[in-house]
Each structure stands twice: as C-alpha cells, then as structure tokens.
Design a protein around this ligand. Sequence first.
Ligand SMILES: NC(=O)c1ccc[n+]([C@@H]2O[C@H](COP(=O)([O-])OP(=O)(O)OC[C@H]3O[C@@H](n4cnc5c(N)ncnc54)[C@H](O)[C@@H]3O)[C@@H](O)[C@H]2O)c1
Length: 302
Amino acid sequence: MDQFAGKTVFITGGARGIGLGMAKAFLSAGAKVAIADLSQDALDAAMKSLSPMGEAAAFQLDVRDRDAFARVADAAEAALGPVSILCSNAGINFMGPLAAATYDDWDYTLGTNIGGAVNAVQTFLPRLLAGQGARHIVITSSIHGVFTGAMAGVYATSKYALTGLGESLRADLADSGIGVSLLIPGPIKTDIFQHADELRPQGADTGAITMDPEEQHKSAIWRHAMEPDEVGRRVLHGIARNDLYIMTHKEYGRMLAARAEALQAALPDVPDDPARAEAFAVSGDSALYDAPAAKGRPKPPQ
Ligand SMILES: NC(=O)c1ccc[n+]([C@@H]2O[C@H](COP(=O)([O-])OP(=O)(O)OC[C@H]3O[C@@H](n4cnc5c(N)ncnc54)[C@H](O)[C@@H]3O)[C@@H](O)[C@H]2O)c1
C-alpha cells in the first residue's frame, strides 16, 4: 500500500475501537496519523501503541465543538503536514425503544454522530479542496445507516443521515480528485455502548438500555463480531479501490436486498413516462451507484 506512505491522516474517535484500528493500519502503511478523541485517557493509552509504529499525534477534541475542531485541524497540520485523508469516525450508540428516548438522548446522539461529521466536513473540505495529490474522505456510517430494526431508532436516524452525507459528498466531489467512501460496519468488537455511557453529559436524562460488558462479550453476536484492526485494513483496501461503500459483513446482504425490493415494490403501478423520467434525472445520478458494482466485490485484504 505504497500510496499511503507519507500521507497525513486525521481520524476522529481515533483513540479506541474502529478509529484506533484504522490508525494502526495507516501507520503500518507508512502514513502519518493524527487521532482526535474526546477521551484524554483513551488518547494516552492509544499513543502507547501507536507511537512505536510511526509518526502519530493525539489531540483532545469534542467533535461537537466547531471552534475547537478548527483549532485542532490547524494543530494537526502544523505537526504532521496538510491532511490528505479525513476519517470522520467518532460516534456513540444508543440502544432502546424510541418511546423511551429523551430529548437529551436525541441531542447527544444526533449531536455527536451527525454534528460531529458535519463539523469534520466543514473543517476539512476546504483544506482538502486546496490540497494536492490523492485525497480521500471516509465517513463511518453503520449497517444501521442502510437498514434498521427495533431498538435502533435514535442511532439509525443519525446513521441514515451519514449515509446521505457520504453519498452526496461523493457525487459533489466526483471531479475534484477527492475520493469518498462510506464505512458501513456490521458488529465490531468494541465497547461503544460503555463509551457512550461514559461520555454522556453529566446529569443527562436517558432512556438508553445499559449493556453489561460481561454479558455482551459472552453473546453470539460478539463471538462472530470482527476485530477493529481487521476493519482498519479493510478501510485502506477500500480507499485504494475508491469504493463508495466499505462493508464488513456479507451476512447483511439479505437485509439490503429486502430493503431494495421493498422500495421497488412501493413504486406506483402506472405505465412508464419517459419524459418525466428524463425531467427527474437531475434528482440523482445513477452512475454514483452503478460504478462501484462494475468493479466487482472486494476480496478481504490478507
Ligand atoms: N462497534 C460496532 O459494532 C459499530 C458498528 C457500526 C458502526 N460503528 C460506528 O463506528 C464508529 C466507531 O465506533 P466504535 O465501535 O469504534 O466505538 P468506540 O467507542 O470504541 O470508539 C469511538 C470513539 O469515539 C470517541 N468519541 C465519542 N464521542 C466523541 C466526541 N464527541 N468527540 C470526539 N470523540 C468522541 C470515543 O471516545 C471513542 O474513543 C462510530 O461512528 C460507530 O457508530 C460501530
């Protein structure tokens, strides 16, 4: 993966879980990596494993804080050079029924997951557009950004938004030299539920269901979940291919097909109207979705 050597990568939520997995993969490929995270303890722990691997720097950042985002971007670029690859990955999960969700839950989840990604794009897009050479944006969405189920409503609302953000960015930036990929992880072995509890604003009212880590780690879904380091390697592979979607789990193919079929089946049963179809073509560009399929399925990197 020579193409990453010497590149500067900025990863939000980079101190733990998937973000840390990405940081390790980029460093292994010779990139310079800035990790930004709300948890200073997690940053300190992450740097112990990252520093021996290459040129890495850590920045305490709440991705909801726009001014701080700009300051940290300046500091990261001063330390490691202009950022060529942005990974907007910081996120929290909320599990529980919508009927139990409080305004605090909505603000916390949408503020972190959507607000954090919007701030990442607003901060770095002008810098990337002004940059040189190969550049890329990775937005971490989720399987719950492409289908949903019970207890996932608040989280899925935030992740569907990120799918829209990533796909729209890809369309906007098609001729800019900046690639865009949506990372769509299935279950990954991270403690995201515990971290969401730990980072929730003090005194917040919540209807979130608490996950006991011991129970969670004994569950079938955890046993079959993927290691974050493996996700990191897949992200580099996906960037190298300029994939629109970087998916981790083939097992969700059935759900994706079911959703696509449901959308098709809901189209009004009326004759085709080519003139209207032509007029409405401006609403979207099917090439955005056709091109990735033409490349064939990715093989997991060895
Ligand atoms: N773990 C999974 O199964 C899974 C599945 C699909 C999608 N995802 C997504 O992957 C991303 C990473 O999650 P993870 O599983 O690695 O969780 P994680 O908790 O291990 O890592 C997320 C990191 O983001 C940081 N963070 C949280 N809020 C922040 C804020 N306001 N500002 C800065 N940093 C903040 C946390 O401190 C943490 O270090 C998230 O966007 C998550 O929604 C995870």
